[in-house]
Design a protein. Sequence first.
Length: 475
Amino acid sequence: MTEVPTKLGQKLNGKKILIIGASVTGRALLTTLSKFLTQPDISITDDNSNKLSDLEFLKIKGDATVIDSLANWPLLIKEFNLIIPSPGVPKSHPILTAALDAKTEILSEIEIGYMATDLPIIAITGTNGKTTVTTLVNEVLTSAGIESAACGNIGTSLIEIATEADKYEYLVTEVSSFQLEFTKTFKPKVGAWLNLSEDHLDWHENMADYARAKAKIWQNQQDTDIGIYNTEDPVIASLFQDTVNTKISKNGNNPPAVTFGYTTGNFHCQDDFLVYQSQIDIKEVVRLISLNELKRKSKADILNFLAVYAICSAVEIKTEIISEVVKKFTGLEHRVEYFLTKDQITWINDSKATTPASVVAALESLDNVVLILGGKDKGLDFRVLNSNIERIKAFVFIGDLAQKLVDTFEPYKLPYKIARSMEEAVEDAFSFAKEGTTILLSPGGTSYDWYKDYKQRGNDFKDKVKNFVLENSNE
């Protein structure tokens, strides 16, 4: 394996680099590049100046130059050869606007991480489910005796893991559209796109731009790599074919496809089983696992499991090993998390649901729901919930989205309350509840109006539920 300093040095030595963002990703980039580049010339900036002066940052700052985010970027940007934005820094940010205008190279952190390793990467993207699928794929590989690490958007950045590559055989990487947007050579051994729904329109120009960014997961794959996608999503299927057609016209090296879907694809659901259907002989249908063996059986869960089978089969993991992991899975925290049932009222924490489509995915397996909905607005259309409106008995609207949601759902004349804190939201939801009710926090908006992230929101919800419900419910 090529040593990390050599690989990064070949690509980045001698460049004057600007890192945008001094949170987790920015700090990982600063630490790694400072360590492995020869005479690194690195600057860093952040819109939140406090992040550039706290104790933890000062410990790793080294010789890096700190630049005020309000600098004259159209002029200053010309001093840099490379811009590395943290995920979530929008293309409309003044620094990136200046860089794009000046045609300065912009690369994402996953592109830099890819430069640093020769290890095969399993990359997973999608609007929903990518953290769950990344977690499960990593568990399957570990169960098969393969040293692997889950990284990327799931937590630890790819650049951090790549510098420890001698410990691993595979890197299972959750990648977002933000990260894929600014890739150039990133080439996963397996590239899986799970699903597509409206999201991040506060970052991308429109849905077409969002989809185009995600399709970059396949742009550099060759015939020795594998592309995996949900065959029941026509946009994804079309973009995969467009990618293949482009490669055929250029060099003929296109990745073979493995597909999955609820009722179609190589991996799908049939007669209460998850099954594999051969591409060569469609009459060959192999049963993988019975739905009765699964602890979670919603449509969203089943699609996640099918994606796991597709991805792990692509790297030749035995079906028995995949099935053992899948049937034990009870869910991840903050993702349709059943955390309390008291007096025949069930409480579910789905704080990770930051799009209307993810709220729909939660509702599809529930009934008699009091829905806590809201958060910070990303400009998404909540009318997609209309197809499941009969499952909802009342609303509690929270956060910046509250009045918009009142207006959106007014035609249905369902009872609702507007809560001005999570404590009030819990009390209001409980006031609507009866025996057999499910109270679901599935906000559909981001957490940044009230909280620093969805985890803090979910934990606060659970704390407020326990403090209130356990004191006020029947013994």
